[in-house]
Design a protein around this ligand. Structure first.
Ligand code: ATP
Ligand code: ATP
Ligand code: MG
Ligand code: MG
Lengths: 268, 268
């Protein structure tokens, strides 16, 4: 049965598209059939990644494992202005097509609220929420008191996930797993990291998400985007950038991430 | 005459709110009257910053220079669902109120397209667009060929600014300055930085923006958000975090930024 992974965070630039592309390519290298749906209808970073990938592979005559995108719309951005029922229909058709053909469906969502993003959250098996080590990012999950630094209440994105879980419970009684993933971690920010982490952990217990250490801020995680490649694709034949020791660290980090997400070879 | 500074980038997480808050506080410390309008109607990071600031100052009995927010709406998020004409009216009234009372108006806009964001871009004296050193961020400004890495054409956010400039020319014949500001720069990414920089510079010549080195990625630029403070506020009496040498570097960096934006003391 197809696993649906939704990369969600209403906070912009948290790393949804970056983590999504790396998870997708990792799954491809594990031999899985991977479909993607890019619901960031104007920006389309994930779709751009795979379009770059196809063009780069063709021009360089390299074989690269590819994810496929089910047909959503000839002009995806127009789904932002059509009636909601029509947008939902387009999404449901694309999702059905993906379920037919894929082991995993990667759904990238925009920073910001949209009916299709909410619908994607409600159909997910697992919601993956990257976030920066930052109270600005945390502000979308939980409201923090400026004087005590206590988490006062869940914030708008925690509400979005809450509502999606309620919706799903109504539809088929199933629950949705939710993981918050620290992203763009820097080497020497112990005090701030600890402060943010304590609030994230506290909120996670309250609203039901697990917190995982994710990815360090590494240039290799963004440097290969124009080619549609990730560090997992690099090899003797595929070398648009010089090799570096940080690539080894990045590969290890990605393997650990996939393991902690329950997505490693042999797991479902 | 009031100067209107719009922080815009359809790309999420580029640093609009972070740079906006630091510019605002710097202007306040220069003795300017500063108003802000936060058009990120759900997220409201800039409004949250100043709300944190007021509460922190009150609870700690400290005097802090404050920016004021003209009345936009009792529930700003409802402006996302009202008819566009009504939203524009609310914005125009808030802008008029700010013009009456401020030397500088800081307008923060969302990652993503919205009628009020476009309207703000059209009324700006200066559009400030922070961006990460990343082809993902650049993809919103210009489309890059995966094989040649040439900039093929302007992308959706460059079109947004283009349309805003056309709109403004129709309204009053004035031109709008546009600065792209590199943000979250890391220490050791020379190859990627050079690659991105060459495309940014090339596009800047084509579509009319200046490129400035902006801010390094420094934890101090995000660590003080929960208190509504910036490094410029820190002093013997105002010390929610221990002093560090990086604060000196940050202050120097911010002064240089303000100078390169034409916002230093003595300039208009
Ligand atoms: N672990 C990382 N290491 C290095 N750079 C990263 C990492 N994660 C994200 N980035 C960079 O941070 C920026 C934001 O990442 P990304 O675009 O993936 O976030 P997003 O949540 O999809 O944003 P949006 O809300 O705009 O869709 C991009 O420039 C990206 O290249
Ligand atoms: N120069 C910097 N140094 C350190 N952290 C930064 C810097 N600039 C931005 N950040 C952090 O990067 C993240 C994104 O910044 P910010 O929220 O200001 O961007 P934005 O463009 O306003 O995003 P959105 O599109 O969601 O409104 C935040 O976690 C912020 O704290
Ligand atoms: Mg994205
Ligand atoms: Mg913002």
């Amino acid at each position: 049965d197809t696993r649906i992974l939704v990369f969600g965070n209403e906070k912009g630039g948290a790393g949804k598209s970056t983590v999504a592309m790396h998870v997708a390519v990792h799954l491809l290298h594990l031999g899985k059939r991977v479909a993607f749906i890019d619901l960031d209808l104007r920006q389309r970073s994930l779709a751009r990644f795979f379009s770059n990938r196809a063009k780069w592979a063709a021009a360089n005559e390299k074989a690269l494992p590819m994810a496929f995108e089910p047909h959503l719309h000839d002009k995806p951005a127009s789904l932002l202005t059509v009636p909601e029922a029509e947008a939902r229909q387009a999404f449901d058709r694309a999702l059905d097509e993906a379920i037919e053909q894929a082991d995993y469906i990667i759904i990238d969502t925009p920073g910001g609220d949209h009916v299709l993003s909410r619908r994607a959250h409600a159909v997910a098996h697992l919601i993956i929420t990257p976030m920066n080590d930052s109270f600005i990012d945390f502000d979308l999950l939980g409201e923090v008191d400026p004087v005590t630094l206590d988490v006062k209440r869940p914030s708008i994105y925690a509400e979005t996930v809450w509502n999606s879980r309620k919706q799903r419970a109504v539809w088929d009684g199933k629950s949705i797993d939710w993981i918050v993933l620290r992203n763009r971690l820097a080497a020497n920010e112990a005090r701030n990291r600890k402060r943010v982490d304590e609030r994230v952990q506290a909120l996670g217990k309250r609203v039901g998400f697990e917190v995982l250490a994710g990815l360090r801020d590494r240039v290799i995680y963004r440097e290969l985007f124009p080619f549609g490649l990730t560090v997992a694709d690099l090899s003797a034949e595929i070398r648009p950038v010089a090799v570096s020791l940080t690539h080894i660290a990045a590969r290890a980090e990605l393997r650990a991430l996939m393991g902690s997400l329950g997505l490693e070879a042999g797991e479902e």
